[in-house]
Each structure stands twice: as C-alpha cells, then as structure tokens.
Design a protein around this ligand. Structure first.
Ligand SMILES: [Zn+2]
Length: 492
C-alpha cells in the first residue's frame, strides 16, 4: 500500500493554485494534477475560519459533531472567551497565556468532542504509522511529553508541562517533538511557518518513518491576509517547495509519487477586504462581556468576531427568547452584514439582509412543503424567500451557488453546542475586526458563508475519490473519509 501525504495549504484559493501551476512555480502540485484530479470547489465549514475547518478536515465532521465553533467563541461552561489566535493583539487583549493554552492544549484536550475520531486516532488504531507537523488538531493515540523549554513554554509558564496524546510522530512548534531532527520552528505556532513542516517532513521521509504524514503549510494564509488573495501564487509556490523538499528526501518527485498517494487541500479560501464592520459600536447600548466591557455577571451578550463572520451569544438564560429577536434586528442593521442566522426550535432561519427570510429544517417533509435535495444529496424542507440565499429550486433540487452547501453548513453552526445564538456573515469586501482591533483591510480574509471565501482547492492522486454525493459537490468533510478509506478503514 502506498504511503499517504496530506498537505493542507491554509487558505489556498483554487484560481491562484492554477495560476501558480501555469507559471511553472508549483511543480509538486502540477505533478499531482497530472497523475490525478483537481477539485476547484472544496467547500469549507461556516464560519470559514481555520480552527473550524482544520478540525473538519481532521475528523470528517462539521462543528455540530466536533464542537470547535470558531476562532473566537464564548465558553458558556467557563463563562469566558476562547481565542485560538486571531491576532497577537487579540491574544494580548484576552490574555496571552490563556490563548496559548487554549490553542496548544484545550482545543485537542477538552474543546474537541471526545466521541469523534481524528484521522490520527482512526489510523493509530489499525497500526498505521502516523506523523504530523504543527497543525491545530493533533489528537492521536500516542503520548508525547513536552520536548524542551522554549520561548513559548516560558511565556505560558507552568501551564505547559503536561504530555499530550498525538500521532506516532508529533512535531508541534518545538513544544512537542518525538525525534531530534535538528529542525527548529522558533515561535512557529499553527498559522506560521511552512519551513519547519518541510524540514520535519523531509527528515521523516528520508528515514521512512511514516505511512501517513500530515504536512501543515499555513504560511499561504498569512501571506494572503497581508497581501490579498491575488498575491497567493507566490505563497502557494513557497508551500509547493516544501512538498518538493519532502519528495526529494524520498528519492525525488517521480519516485515519491510512485510510493505515495497525495492529497493537497485548502481549509477555506480567501476574499479581498476593503472595509471594517463596527460590531462593538452596533451593540454599544448593550452590556457586552469582555475587556473594556461588562463583568461576566452583569453582561447580556458576548460578541465573537471571526474575520468575515461573527457570533453573538445571549448570556442571560431566561431572557434569551426576548434577547435573540432584538439581537437579530440590531445585527441586520449593521452596514456590511449580509446574512443573519438563528434557530427557532427545530427550524433554522436565514435572513439575507434586504433579501428576505428563509426557514429550513432537516428532512421530514410536511405534505404542504415538498422536500428538497441539495447539491450533496441532503434533504431539507424550505419555506420563505429563496432570495435570502439567492437560491433556486427545480425538480426537487435546491441550489445556492452564491452560498455553497448553505443549509448543511448553517445548520451545523446553529446546532453546535458551543456556538453563538445568532450568526453573522459579512458581505463581499467587509470584515469584523477582532478583539484586538486587528483587521485585514487592503488584504484578504475569510469566514463568511459566501462562495468567495468558502470554496478552496483540492488536488489528489493515488487515492480513491471520496464517497461524496452523486452530484459531486465536495466538502472539507470528504478529506478524512478519503484518508481512512486509503488505509482500508470503512466509514462507521
Ligand atoms: Zn486566515
């Protein structure tokens, strides 16, 4: 059986991947495309931000099952914000040690649902030799002690002392390293530094130490945030160079592809950003929990900006039924907000600002409301204004190309136990600044339900197509089943 390389290029925009290949600057991706397939519409989760999507890639389920609701979310259990690293400014505002602990330990150790399996866990259980570079999700079946004192461990003090459960070979920002490779990541948390992944990957490939390797290539996202999506060919070429580096260590690209299946995928895409949405200002009359706002005991709301999406939590349990409609009205009036979604019992409601409201529920058609099938073959009952999602129906099919896989993604977000009560998606060109006030105006960002930041790239060879829908609409949740199937693990 061939080994399998899963390379995740953060934020990889399909048109920019094609451009890098056309220019001859991405030889590894070009070789994979030559031998295999290209999918230009790999649909992200909503919010289309890295923690949610990275977890969906690693598990094959959306956040209704995996519980990683967003980059920034409110823990109702602990009554505090959880922040996985929107920006350094946001981390400083909400507490750097807390942010590091949430990202490095709690995401895997307690936030992610215990009753789902990561691909590492599935493969570890059948004796596949797993290996991973610095990626937000690392949960596996092998224990790893902290490797050495680093700048990061000193920053987070005594919090960083516990061993973690990871793949057989785990390399994570110099904090965990199952072998002495000589590769150094400095402060390379998830979100920075492809070269550490390439260095570690090449070291492992040269010694034949894995059957499955997750090669995390996050720098494209950082570059695109700063320089805009159109600049991505440069950073995709840089990511490709790290794949080449691993391939060279295994005997060169041709030999590598003879011995390896390869999946290269994005977690989400990127869209240009021109303007900021004033979320805090819009809720200025409310008692909002957090820095510069109200103490938790007195707060009515928690606000969680997530780049081109946001979540609002009602904090006063008994008042939630009256608070949510007021939040919806306030949110609908904020310039730049495109979609407002919330839940009413077993129904989801999606308001397209200025385009009406659509109500939907899973399957179970009432006779008066014929059941519709979406592009992934999921069944829904839909009422109200299709215009809310610029959707159309014909022959029992529901299509919303501007908002791909909209119903499944919004329903997963609304039924995620840790998500907000009201979800917001930004219109093209707009972004919610994070808790530190940081934005990406003039560059690129993502998070929304819109196709521009939802549809990422997928290329693969040597591995069977995912058992996706007959209609062929792809989702990031198709990646884990492809990986499992390659190693003979049947879907459960
Ligand atoms: Zn990003």
């Amino acid at each position: 059986m061939k080994r399998l390389l899963l390379a995740v290029i953060d934020g990889c925009k399909p048109s920019m991947l094609e451009r890098a290949v056309e220019r001859g600057e991405a030889p590894a991706i070009a070789a994979v495309l030559e031998r295999g397939a290209f999918v230009p519409e790999l649909c992200a989760a909503f919010p289309s931000v890295t923690p949610v999507c990275a977890t969906s890639i690693a598990t094959g389920v959306l956040q209704d099952r995996h519980h990683i609701a967003a980059m920034n979310w409110w823990s109702r259990a602990e009554r505090r914000y959880v922040e996985y690293g929107s920006s350094f400014r946001a981390a400083r505002k909400l507490g750097i040690a807390k942010q590091l602990t949430d990202t490095v330990y709690n995401l895997n150790g307690s936030h992610m649902a215990a009753d789902i399996e990561t691909i590492y866990e599935s493969l570890d259980d059948v004796g596949v030799r797993t290996a991973g570079t610095t990626y937000l999700v690392y949960r596996g079946r092998h224990e790893h002690p902290i490797s050495r004192e680093t700048a990061l461990t000193r920053l987070a003090g005594t919090l960083f002392r516990k061993p973690v459960m990871g793949p057989r070979e785990l390399f994570y920002a110099d904090i965990f390293a199952s072998r002495e490779t000589g590769c150094r990541s400095q402060m390379g948390l998830p979100g920075i530094r492809d070269q550490h992944s390439g260095c570690v990957g090449a070291w492992l490939a040269a010694r034949d130490l894995y059957d499955f390797l997750l090669l995390s290539l996050p720098d494209n996202d950082t570059y695109s945030h700063k320089n805009g999506p159109h600049a991505q060919p440069t950073s995709i070429a840089a990511a490709d160079a790290q794949i080449v580096r691993v391939a060279e260590a295994a005997g060169g690209l041709e030999r590598f592809l003879d011995t390896h299946a390869v999946i290269i995928c994005a977690d989400h895409s990127h869209a240009p950003v021109e303007r900021r949405i004033d979320l805090r200002g819009a809720f200025g009359d409310w008692e909002v929990a957090g820095p510069g706002g109200r103490a938790v005991e007195e707060a009515e709301l928690a606000l969680c900006p997530n780049q081109r999406a946001a979540m609002v939590y009602g904090l006063v349990g008994e008042a939630r039924s009256t608070v949510i409609p007021r939040v919806v009205e306030t949110a609908s009036a904020i310039p730049g907000v495109d979609i407002v979604a919330w839940r009413e019992g077993e129904e989801g409601v999606i308001r397209g600002v200025g385009r009406g409201e659509l109500r939907f529920r899973v399957g179970n058609p009432a006779p008066a409301h014929p059941e519709l099938r979406d592009a992934r073959g999921n069944h829904w009952t839909v009422e109200g204004d299709l215009g809310a999602l610029s959707a159309t129906t014909s022959d029992g099919r529901f299509d919303s190309p501007d908002y791909p896989d909209a119903l499944r993604r919004v329903w997963a977000a609304l039924t995620c136990a840790t998500a907000g009560d009201v979800l917001l998606s930004a219109g093209p060109g707009w972004e919610f600044p994070d808790w530190g006030g940081a934005d990406h105006v003039g560059g690129g960002s993502h998070g929304s339900l819109h196709h521009s930041d939802s549809l990422g790239a997928l290329a693969f060879c040597g591995v069977d197509r995912a058992p996706a829908s007959a209609d062929g609409a792809w989702s990031i949740t198709d990646v884990a089943p492809m990986v499992r199937a390659h190693f003979g693990i049947a879907p459960n």
